[in-house]
Design a protein around this ligand. Structure first.
Ligand SMILES: Cc1cc2nc3c(=O)[nH]c(=O)nc-3n(C[C@H](O)[C@H](O)[C@H](O)COP(=O)(O)O)c2cc1C
Length: 196
């Protein structure tokens, strides 16, 4: 089976929920899907003061930490990061900055790539985050698979680049059935590239 590594950073749990569901969807489509996290040394502080972090704190910590070998062993890499001022988080950036040798060696060239984000209120700001992640994948020579246009889905509010979740001011609007439909469509598209 081809391997798909989903690597997340998540503080309030939304990227964790999306990543977990995507893993499930990819597994249902005969893909060896695995979920990883990037390191976040401050997460315990957030868990102490924010209920949304506390909800998934142990589940997030239980995930294996992604490394360069995670990327090298994957046929497809999916990155999920919260949006911070229209960009990825410092923690996701720190992980991506460790990949410089892989870009020089072109070790990830021709592997498939996809991405998602969660933000509070702005699909537009989320789209900037997706672009930052895609730009990293282009540096690696990876092949980005977009979400695309889907008129069959009723409430059309996704950028073509990937998945954006809107969590609201308190981060407490968890990914919905609507987003679930969009993710199913995206899982169909993504798995088609690596199904055996
Ligand atoms: C420092 C900071 C900056 C943020 N910037 C944005 C932003 O530019 N646009 C937005 O819609 N949400 C913004 N947010 C909200 C987060 O993207 C939101 O909490 C997201 O759901 C977190 O994902 P998670 O639940 O996986 O941690 C920001 C949050 C923080 C803490």
């Amino acid at each position: 089976m081809k391997r798909c590594s989903i690597i997340i950073h998540s503080v309030s749990g939304n990227c964790f929920i999306i990543g977990s569901y995507l893993k499930e969807l990819m597994e249902q489509r005969s893909v060896d899907a695995r979920l990883y996290r990037v390191e976040d040394p401050d997460l315990h502080i957030w868990a102490n003061k924010q209920e949304t972090t506390n909800d998934f704190y142990e589940d997030i910590l239980a995930l294996p930490v992604a490394s360069l070998s995670t990327l090298l062993k994957s046929d497809m890499v999916i990155l999920g990061s919260p949006t911070r001022f229209g960009n990825i988080t410092a923690e996701m950036k720190t992980f991506l900055d460790t990949t410089l040798p892989l870009s020089k060696e072109r070790s990830l060239e021709t592997k498939f790539f996809a991405c998602f984000t969660s933000c509070s209120h702005s699909t537009c700001e989320g789209a900037h985050t997706l672009n930052a992640l895609i730009y990293w994948s282009q540096n690696m020579g990876m092949l980005h698979i977009p979400y695309g246009v889907h008129e069959e889905i009723e409430n059309l509010d996704q950028p073509v680049a990937g998945i954006v979740h809107l969590a609201g001011k308190e981060d407490s609007i968890r990914p919905s059935e609507q987003l679930g439909q969009e993710m199913e469509v995206y899982a169909d598209i993504l798995s088609a590239y690596i199904q055996e």
